[in-house]
Design a protein around this ligand. Sequence first.
Ligand code: FAD
Length: 493
Amino acid sequence: MSKNVLVIGSGFAGLAAATSLAQRGYRVTILEKNEGPGGRARVFQAEGFTFDMGPSWYWMPDIFEQYFARFGKKVADYYDLVRLDPSYQVIFKGAEAVDIPAAMNELRALFERYESGSGARLDEFLRQAAYKYKVGIGKFVHMPGRSLLEFADPRLVVDAVRLDLLQSMHKHVRKFFKDSRLLELVEFPILFLGATSENTPALYSLMNYADLVLGTWYPMGGMHKIVEGMVKLAREQGVTLEYNQEVEQIVVENGRTTGVQTAAGFRPADVVVAGADYHHAEQHLLAPEWRTYNEAYWDKRTMAPSSLLFYLGVNRRLDKLRHHNLFFDEDFALHAEEIYEQPKWPSRPLFYACVPSITDASVAPAGSENLFLLIPVAPNLPDPEATREHYYHLIMDRLERHCGHSIRDAVVYKRSYAHQDFQQDYHSYKGNAYGLANTLRQTAILKPSLKSKKVGNLYFTGQLTVPGPGVPPSLISGQVVAKEVEKEFPIAK
Ligand SMILES: Cc1cc2nc3c(=O)[nH]c(=O)nc-3n(C[C@H](O)[C@H](O)[C@H](O)COP(=O)(O)OP(=O)(O)OC[C@H]3O[C@@H](n4cnc5c(N)ncnc54)[C@H](O)[C@@H]3O)c2cc1C
């Protein structure tokens, strides 16, 4: 007999969990509070522009390919992927701008230009990173992290040493490079993981392999094309998606959930998978006696940063910008300190500018650019309009200086987005953008568990549980949780 599974939320994790379970014969319905799918990767249109609301870096194309392959499909069946070259542009202090090339020989030459001998060291650095990627992404991230026994395999112990779990990224990269620009270049990808390089295990140099070897890609039409592809696949597998269906309560009787409550009524289920922010699902949807963790536990977690975002329609071309632009023209360490150590609005933040219309004419009217600006900031800060405006002008000054012309007077559409919006739209804990940070103390079994310890048939998935933040990890999280459900609630054949 088949079983009814309710999935809360249609982010990457919820979609992956639902589709994987439907493929195995479960009757699956996704209940999503917003009017469309994708969660943090939603899209909106305004004044002829199409804005991706969240992720913009398409890394680890193999993870997406493997996902669609599980259903006998290919990425190309759902969207067209192009590799970007240059992968991105970095603007260092002193207004020095450098393109990061896709080709390895050009990258090596770039490293040599900054530091003699670093080309060969880059090869060794990436050789080690390739191993970490193979084992980390091929094996570790697929573990549910529910018991230490999962890690008892002696081969994994050997791997754990080579994986550099106990050394910090900060120390690791300094064995290879000294030039401050090269250090910034190899340390930037871990910003995605929500922690400083001192607090991030050197395992995560696997991100450098993803960045510099596997490359930066883009789905034509925008990042939301991934969501559209995943929704199509979900429907093909028989998943039902219902929007504007906010779950208000996970109903529990005698240690088992019987279903969920929405404004429209009670929805029965044999199993519930919560793909909404873990803190929200646990602390707000469950009665206190059924919560595994309490508020004090959550308050002690290191959250990944929030972001102040601007979605801008600009009615002129921005020739000095590339698709991805990292403004590292201020002090990296100071900004990191103001996010993690002394959380406050940053004094002189780094920022990121994305201009997808450089690759993709469909996301902006002819002759215009689609400009997305992102400043990583500490979670849990007040974000009034005046503060947002202050940062808008602060980064616009730097952007205009780099471009050599005014941009503000060409802005025909402007929308800002920060903590309050994350909370309102996704019930994000402390207004985080990227979930729970991947620090050493919040890795694998030390993350909030993907299975409730008190409610027998309640599971969690997404960027606040294993394996962590980012689109590929969320995609994997959904598949991992589906496997656990299948093991513990098999369908009688
Ligand atoms: C600005 C920004 C930039 C990013 N950039 C990148 C990038 O370039 N590359 C990358 O790989 N990753 C990036 N990320 C991270 C990535 O987007 C996330 O890790 C990923 O999308 C999280 O997916 P998820 O399924 O865990 O959660 P979510 O996408 O948050 O999905 C959760 C869903 O649950 C729904 N929900 C919440 N509460 C309820 C309720 N009570 N009832 C019903 N539904 C509910 C929400 O509406 C939402 O749709 C970025 C994130 C942000 C915010």
